[in-house]
Design a protein around this ligand. Structure first.
Ligand SMILES: C[S@@+](CC[C@H](N)C(=O)[O-])C[C@H]1O[C@@H](n2cnc3c(N)ncnc32)[C@H](O)[C@@H]1O
Length: 185
């Protein structure tokens, strides 16, 4: 079966200068991300949130920006360099077999999955790999677009996540989205 990922050119439809009005990275992420933390932006696209995460972790932190599409990672790398954040953000190409971040297992403080899980076919495997990255007490913010993901579908993802040890801690409000903050037990 063919994979359906958001094409790079379509990302400009939502990742544009107006986005900060409704998806402000400091407002959404500052409650969970501190200087020096290790973060992962899964399905980072052109890196709107990777940059936001890097500003919150500061140079003492690390942000691993992961995507299935090399083109997205290239656009992100240019954006990070323009913002002077290339020292904090490391891009990583996910493969069909997985995220390719096993070396970070048990070391990650915070994972962001923003508007991307609905594009992943092997949801259970993907969430298990994400959960394995987290330290005990580490958090994963799962945010899905209301326009593509029904409440039932979202709740099913939370059920799948709970089988990997990720429990719902909070339900932050995010514009146009369904969102849950999950915590590794
Ligand atoms: C709709 S875009 C969202 C991008 C970004 N999170 C944002 O909010 O700006 C979804 C992204 O997820 C990526 N993606 C889809 N499946 C993936 C997978 N299995 N592993 C990593 N990235 C994936 C796509 O390539 C695409 O760049």
């Amino acid at each position: 079966m063919k994979e359906h990922v958001c094409p790079w050119w379509l990302s400009y439809a939502f990742d544009n200068p107006l986005r900060k009005l409704f998806h402000s990275p400091p407002r959404l992420l500052a409650p969970y991300v501190r200087p020096g933390m290790t973060c992962v932006d899964l399905g980072c696209g052109r890196g709107y949130f990777s940059l936001g995460l890097a500003r919150l972790t500061g140079p003492a932190g690390r942000v691993f920006a992961v995507d299935r599409q090399e083109k997205m990672l290239g656009l992100l790398a240019r954006r990070a360099a323009r913002a002077g954040l290339e020292g904090t953000i490391q891009t990583s190409l996910a493969g069909r077999q997985g995220l390719g971040l096993e070396r970070l297992n048990g070391q990650v403080d915070f994972i962001l999955c923003f508007w991307m899980l609905h594009e992943v076919r092997a949801r259970a495997k993907f969430l298990a790999q994400a959960a394995a990255l987290l330290k005990p007490g580490g958090r994963l913010m799962l945010t899905e677009p209301r326009v593509h993901v029904s409440l039932l579908n979202f709740e099913q993802s939370l059920e799948v996540a709970s089988r990997t040890g990720l429990e719902v801690e909070a339900r932050p409000q995010v514009a146009m989205s369904r969102c849950a903050l999950l915590r590794q037990l």
